[in-house]
Ligand binder design. Structure first.
Ligand code: CA
Length: 223
């Protein structure tokens, strides 16, 4: 087994190895997907196994049956969520890449969860708008936001509308490798994440917590 490498600015590889040894349970299929993805370009976009495990646990805690994923990549997070859901659960999964999601589809099929995942190829903002136009506001239990950082505010606002009260959203990469701290960094992605971090903290529509694993995750619960 390839030891997972730390994606965190907070944990060096030695502490990360301890974390993985003591808290991570990774099913074989997820391990294989992670290792295959690690050999691909943009492998850094893949979440860590501890984050997938957290997502699966949240899905079970919520009793989630309807999930939303904004940013699929090669499918690690959607597979972790699908494996945690009951057989009548469903995931609406948004991504723009046919190439990356072809890997995801192969693993969904192997896991026997392909029928639980509806993949929408295209800009997620359009897909979420369509879901809202179809009257699906307030019907989702869980959402994961991890696509274009510049669209994070739109994902957050539309995702919040789509969640039911008591539903939860995970927002990924909220540390952006520590760049949110550097006020000299005014690049579009950094500003989008920095602005959303400030907005969510003050947002009376949600309860929130930071989960400082991987590249930082914000967990919110819709009030
Ligand atoms: Ca991410």
């Amino acid at each position: 087994m390839t030891p997972p490498r730390s994606k965190s600015i907070l944990f060096d590889d030695a502490f990360y190895a301890y974390l993985v040894d003591h808290w991570v349970r990774e099913p074989d299929l997820l391990r294989r997907l992670r290792e295959e993805t690690d050999a691909m370009p943009n492998a850094g976009m893949q979440i860590g196994p501890e984050q997938g495990q957290l997502m699966g646990l949240l899905v079970k805690l919520l009793g989630a049956r309807r999930c939303l994923e904004v940013g699929v990549f090669t499918g690690y997070s959607s597979l972790a969520v699908a494996l945690a859901m009951p057989s009548d659960g469903c995931i609406v999964a948004c991504d723009v890449s046919d190439e990356y999601t072809s890997v995801a589809r192969r693993y969904w099929a192997e896991a026997g969860v392909a029928d639980r995942i509806a993949l929408h190829l295209g800009p997620a903002v359009e897909t979420l708008r369509t879901l809202l136009e179809q009257g699906q506001a307030g019907t989702y239990d869980f959402a994961f936001v991890d696509a274009n950082k510049g669209d994070y505010d739109a994902y957050y606002e539309m995702g919040l509308k789509l969640l039911r009260p008591g539903g939860a959203m995970l927002i990924d990469n909220v540390f952006w490798h520590g760049r949110v701290l550097d006020e000299a960094d005014q690049s579009d992605d950094v500003r989008a994440i920095r602005d959303l971090n400030a907005k969510v903290r003050a947002d009376e529509r949600v309860d929130l917590a930071v989960v400082p694993i991987c590249d930082g995750v914000t967990l919110v619960r819709k009030r």
